[in-house]
Design a binder for this molecule. Structure first.
Ligand SMILES: [Zn+2]
Length: 421
């Protein structure tokens, strides 16, 4: 290992600012507490929408969705209503490791599957399917398998039993830690990035266990964060004062009160219609349809020329957008306004791929989780999840040489590469 200053990034998927602050203050995360005392600690804005694929693509490229091309987990094939899942090949802006001098080791960053050759090591994160397409250089695969390395937590287990799920979260964490320890000395790197994503899975299923000290899984929940803090302490102990350590999340989390189905409200108000006697699917929408939503709350006008059953003329687009904006601005459940902000694409995105952006993007108020599901049987419901993402409560913690004055206030996920580039 050379003596050149190093950059280390520890990502914790979904962990909110307030939770890190709480665990630092209450002794669960003493190593993180020391970094907070010696460094810069700030609340950070996630991407819009605040889903992992968009947030991580923004973080690793330093770009906004109209520059990197990732607007959500789902896209439509051109001139069709058929869905597809964008992956790393769809990320159109270069990542910081593509631009930076020297070798990088990058472990478990979401939206980096399938991996491609780079200067160092890349192990892709969520959604990685085949281990043989998830590891560069590929000859590392047998070593990772000997660590029982898992690409992701098996969330299906939570539907069987929370105990099984927690075992899987723990095994996934241990495999990740073994991989980081092995790769730390594997090559002479300048940048090392390690992302924990079990946190996001825990927060979705067991936010209730975080809030309730008497919950059967409260201790296991807290213990997961204690273990991450031990890794933070171990890594901080390997660095000098000249090295830079960044810890952050991609979005925050909070209690989930209601899953809210955006397409249900569009259909109820006549903007979205399905052909009679067909399954509710985008392929079966009537030509009268004015707009539809893709997960989580990206609304697209059914534009003539853009879609097979498109019927909205560009000249009439503004009027329809105004009507939909009014509908969602006024929308209430139990006397509470559901929507915090309605954005037009030009309000929040700028770049060469803006034509692919949704026409309207909704961000919800506290407690409401917006969903783009087609064919929901009610306007809102409550499923197995007890936690949901937040847009404005991610966190950023920086220890080492940096200029806090150069950071925007509040910082955004896409500002992170500028800290060390
Ligand atoms: Zn996430």
């Amino acid at each position: 290992m050379t003596d050149k200053p190093k950059t280390v990034i520890i990502g914790t998927d979904g962990v909110p600012f307030e939770m890190i602050e709480h665990f630092a203050q209450t002794g669960v995360m003493p190593n993180t507490a020391r970094l907070i005392a010696d460094g810069t600690f700030a609340k950070m804005q996630s991407s819009i929408p605040e889903v992992s694929s968009v947030a991580w693509s923004s973080m690793i490229t330093g770009a906004n969705p109209a520059e990197h091309g990732i607007f959500g987990f789902i896209e439509l094939h051109p001139n069709s209503y058929r869905m597809r899942f964008p992956n790393y090949n769809d990320v159109k802006a270069p990542t910081f490791w593509d631009k930076r001098d020297g070798k990088s080791v990058i472990i478990n960053v979401p939206s980096t599957y399938p991996v491609r050759p780079m200067n160092g090591v890349l192990i892709s994160g969520f959604v990685s399917i085949d281990i043989n397409k998830s590891v560069y250089p590929p000859d590392l695969v047998p070593t990772l398998q000997s660590f029982d390395y898992r690409l992701d937590v098996d969330a299906r287990k939570a539907h069987q039993s929370m105990d099984l799920f927690l075992e899987d979260v723990e095994a996934t964490l241990q495999g990740r830690i073994k991989a980081y320890r092995y790769l730390w000395d594997y090559c002479d790197w300048n940048t090392f990035m390690l992302v924990f994503t079990g946190t996001d899975r825990l927060l979705h299923f067991l936010w209730s266990a975080y809030e309730d000290k008497n919950h059967a899984h409260h201790a296991a929940f807290v213990d997961h964060f204690r273990k991450i803090d031990e890794v933070v302490g171990e890594i901080a102990g390997k660095l000098t004062d000249d090295d830079l350590l960044i810890m952050h999340s991609d979005h925050g989390f909070e209690r989930l009160d209601h899953e809210v189905f955006v397409n249900y409200l569009l259909a109820e108000n006549g903007f979205l219609q399905f052909k009679q006697d067909t399954d509710p699917a985008l392929e079966n929408i009537c030509p009268d349809t004015k707009a539809f939503a893709l997960d989580p709350a990206r609304i697209y006008l059914n534009l003539k020329g853009k879609y097979p059953a498109g019927n909205v003329n560009p000249a009439g687009a503004e009027t329809i957008l105004d009507e939909i904006e009014d509908l969602f601005t006024e929308f209430q459940i139990d006397g509470r306004k559901v929507i915090r902000d309605v954005y037009r694409k030009a309000d929040i995105y700028t770049g060469p791929y803006i034509e692919s952006a949704p026409d309207l993007i909704l961000v919800a108020n506290a407690g409401f989780n917006l969903k783009g599901k087609i064919g929901a049987d009610a306007l809102y419901s409550k499923g197995i999840f007890t936690g949901k993402h937040t847009q404005d409560t991610a966190f950023l913690l920086i220890k080492g040489p940096h200029n806090p004055e150069k950071l925007p206030n509040p910082p955004k996920v896409s500002d992170i590469p500028a800290i060390f580039m």
